[in-house]
Design a protein around this ligand. Structure first.
Ligand SMILES: O=C(O)CCCC[C@@H]1SC[C@@H]2NC(=O)N[C@@H]21
Length: 836
């Protein structure tokens, strides 16, 4: 309280104050002394020349309007490496160590020793930071130890200038090099050598004066950089240049620059190169590397980290210890003694280790074999530091950690136990050394999913699939705790639309129609999304949520995710889906057709298809997550009011869900894939997990319903939940078949084809024409529900009525219809409300 109130008072009076590990200067007045540390006041310090600081990617400098909110304090921390001679001691490891970034937003840094960081924090957070400092509990995120924290007055104009002049990727990497002499990216110096040469070459071209890191012979950072260059040359003997994977080429620099422009977040105050290494022991198979790499890629911000394999021969030879943020050990094989020692050195230097069912241990942690658990699916209860308890099923290794581990108990924490009689510990967190080193060791296979060869039974497949999103939650929690950023790199950029048509005649007819239906600039205005028709993508028109260019020339079209040929081959319709608006990224396909659909001749059936949506819409105002791998589409149909379907519009959603299921299950060989419909509009795996849905918007104009049918289903993205190709793979495993995975383009075309047929049948024969097929695939046969509330009367689902409502049979009351009305309808909880 004393620190807090003093900080508040001094801040209000615009006084400078310092938390300091040295004797105060004569002009400073001591407010508080704890051990060797003092809290004192002195001359007000201004920081107006920020030219020599590098803005941090995590910094609010990316959003200058949010700089220094009122009542916030700006300050500079100075820190030294834990091993620096003149530093008496690092944080007291017996106390709970806190990190600087837990309390503040870092703004900019200056590499070197002392490592300087400008940050801002609320008064309370700043006080907590000061208290942790005085109590020897504060650590920089890079493992360095702060020895001085000084409040400063920042000239806002200077800060804004710094924000605008965010450093180029090259300047940034040079700054990083100065803190980590071992190099920029990759395991060693080869890459850095290349970038130095490039740097020199560019300098010749641009003039050295423009490189602020190389312009002063006496400057501290320049000397640091020079040292690092000498270091790199020393290490760059032929056998010491590790083979860098292809993705560590100069693209990395470009990427970094793109990231900077996008303001990508990166928790890497250490200035360590963003490398994650995977160690798989001496006999590592490539497939295992790919498996572990791909799960990490799913979790961490893929734009911010590079993942390499650390081969056995590199463990002692290459300078990875100073060059990596995280080492993942994913081998059950014993770790050679020398390698174990090296891993411990890595931890001592503030490195982080994640063990996936590995034999690596430390800090008195011991492993015990429980063979009956080997490769079994078990329930775990995970309770990490900050999050509520999570229960999930995972494959386990057959080893558990011993209870009551020896060593310094306060440094070993059990994060997860099996939900068995012994409550065996399976995930532990171990802190190591005084530089922030820590390891999280798991004997549950967090890296394996339901596609693992060890998954034999349907029951195990289901358990793992249903836990899959929790597996990612836990993994992300663990990686975040180890200092990695698991935030995705932001919203993808919107892309133009391509006008595609599987039928050339219709394409030409559409272009003809357009001539008389757009303005002189090719614009077709609409209140939702206006479309600007352009002949080729050469003409640069900005894409915004309300204005999207439509490229009418098909010649230049190509996409990694959609083949017009495949769509064409599978679309067997008379009218539907003939004019296709395709885009890689849009807000929602539900808004793209409004401007055209009311006037376009019916035979030119409109459809919009996207690979990703940034604002996908679900029923009831829900957000529909739309990552790559999902089929995302909106189809326009028109239905006469005076027709079988026009009189029963709610049936449309059932027809569409049926069409999706039928699109898969009508392919020879795929009849038994467990894809089902769930009333009213869901597509399910068995009755277990939703993998698709339908959204219908209708407008009646005179005697015609204009209906936009949005349908989305996951074809090929196994994470975080389930997709159609998972079901196919599981079916192949169980049945010994070799059914091929399916693609979104094929299934969208098939769905539209089936739907056109179902509508025809319905118009001719009414509900009875389609219901037998619907019941064949629905999940509700013979299912019980409760009416009104969770302890309301029991009823049996018997079918759907003439208008598409669900019918239930209640003992003694006969059959009645029920309806989904948003709030009171909850089929997932088997709860429904009768319609009166
Ligand atoms: O809530 C539901 O179950 C319905 C989801 C419908 C999602 C699809 S994806 C394509 C189309 N565009 C959207 O924004 N939503 C629909």
């Amino acid at each position: 309280a004393l620190v807090r109130s003093t900080v508040r008072r001094l801040h209000r009076s615009r006084c400078s104050f310092t938390f300091c590990a040295r004797q105060p200067q004569p002009e400073e007045r001591v407010c508080l002394r704890i051990g060797g540390k003092v809290f004192c006041t002195g001359e007000t310090q201004f920081l107006d020349d920020l030219n020599r600081w590098s803005a941090l990617l995590v910094s609010p400098l990316a959003r200058p309007e949010k700089l220094l909110p009122a009542e916030h304090i700006a300050f500079v921390t100075e820190s030294l490496s834990a091993r620096t001679e003149n530093l008496q001691r690092g944080p007291d490891s017996s106390k709970e160590i806190v990190k600087v970034s837990d309390f503040c937003s870092p703004l900019a840094y200056k590499p070197g020793e002392p490592f300087k960081l400008i940050a801002e924090a609320s008064v309370d957070n700043f006080s907590s930071l000061g208290i942790a400092f005085l109590e020897d509990r504060l650590q920089m995120d890079n493992g360095m130890v702060p020895h001085r924290i000084v409040s400063v007055h920042l000239e806002e104009s200077a800060l804004k200038e710094l924000a605008q002049e965010a450093p180029s990727a090259k300047e940034k990497s040079a700054a990083m090099d100065a803190v980590t002499p071992a190099g920029k990216s990759g395991l060693g110096r080869g890459e850095e050598e290349k970038s130095k040469l490039e740097e020199e070459k560019e300098e010749e071209e641009t003039g050295a004066g423009e490189h602020h890191h190389l312009h002063l012979s006496s400057c501290h950072e320049c000397l640091q950089l020079e040292n690092s260059t000498i270091e790199s040359v020393k290490f760059a003997s032929a056998e010491n240049i590790p083979e860098l994977p292809d993705d560590c080429s100069s693209r990395a620099g470009e990427k970094e620059e793109e990231d900077l422009q996008k303001g990508v977040k990166r928790i890497n105050l250490a200035g360590k190169p963003p490398n994650i290494l995977i160690y798989l022991g001496p006999e590592a198979a490539q497939a295992r590397f790919e498996q572990v790499k791909s799960v990490l890629r799913e979790c961490v911000d893929a734009e911010s980290y590079t993942i390499y394999q650390l081969h056995q021969e590199q463990v002692l030879r290459d300078p990875w210890v100073d060059n990596s943020l995280l080492l993942v050990i994913a081998t059950e094989e014993p770790i050679p003694e020398g390698s174990h020692e090296q891993f411990m050195t890595f931890l001592s230097k503030g490195g982080k280790i994640l063990g996936f069912s590995s034999s690596f241990t430390l800090g008195g942690v011991k492993i015990k074999h429980k063979n009956k658990l080997r490769k079994a699916v078990q329930e775990l209860v995970v309770s990490t530091k900050d999050s509520p308890e999570v229960k999930l099923n995972l494959l386990v290794s057959g080893c558990v950690f011993e209870e009551g581990m020896k060593g310094d108990g306060s440094r070993v924490k059990v994060w997860s136990r099996l939900n068995n009689a012994d409550k065996d510990p399976v995930i532990v967190h171990v802190a190591h050394g005084s530089s922030g080193g820590e390891a999280i060791l798991s004997q549950a296979h967090l890296e394996l999913d339901s596609s693992s060869v060890d998954v034999q039974t349907e029951e195990d497949f289901n358990l793992l699939k249903m836990s899959n999103s929790k597996r990612f939650e836990v993994l992300k929690e663990i990686l975040t705790c180890l200092g990695l950023s698991c935030e995705s790199s932001g919203i993808p950029v919107l892309t133009p639309i391509y006008l595609l048509s599987p039928d050339e005649e219709i394409h030409l007819a559409f272009l003809k129609w357009l001539e008389g239906n757009v303005d002189a600039e090719g614009l077709r205005a609409s209140s939702k999304v206006s479309l600007k028709f352009i002949s080729s993508c050469e003409s640069r028109v900005e894409v915004t949520p309300s204005l999207v260019p439509v490229v009418t020339e098909m010649g230049s079209f190509s996409s990694q995710h959609f083949s017009l040929e495949t769509y064409q081959q599978h679309l067997q319709t008379k009218k539907l889906g003939k004019i296709l608006l395709f885009t890689e990224v849009t807000t929602t396909t539900m808004n793209l057709l409004d401007g055209l659909m009311f006037e376009l001749p019916e035979e030119m059936g409109l459809i919009a298809v996207a690979v990703r949506q940034t604002q996908g819409k679900g029923r009831g105002g829900n957000v529909w997550l739309s990552p790559v791998g999902c089929a995302l589409s909106t189809l326009h149909i028109s239905i006469p009011l005076h027709s079988n379907l026009g009189q029963r519009i709610p049936f449309i959603q059932h027809l569409v869900s049926l069409a999706v299921v039928e699109a898969v299950r009508s392919i020879p060989g795929y009849e038994d894939i467990e894809l089902r419909v769930k009333w009213p509009n869901d597509i399910y795996y068995s009755d277990l997990m939703k993998l698709g849905g339908v959204l219908v918007n209708s407008t009646l104009i005179e005697t015609t319903f204009h209906i936009l049918i949005g349908f989305g289903f996951n074809v090929n993205n196994s994470n975080p939940t389930i997709c159609i190709n998972d079901l196919i793979a599981q079916f192949n495993r169980e049945e010994g078949t070799e059914l091929k995975p399916l693609s979104a383009d094929c299934l969208i075309a098939r769905t539209v084809t089936v739907l056109e047929r179902l509508i025809e049948v319905f118009q001719e024969k009414g509900p009875n024409g389609v219901l037998p097929q619907y019941y064949k695939y629905w999940v509700h046969s013979g299912k019980q529900v409760r009416l009104h509330s969770e302890d309301g009367p029991v009823a049996w689902i018997v079918g759907i009525d003439d208008y598409g409502y669900l019918q239930v049979h209640q003992e003694g009351k006969g059959v009645e219809s029920v309806h989904p009305d948003g709030n009171s309808f909850d089929m997932l909880r088997n709860l429904i409300v009768p319609k009166h």
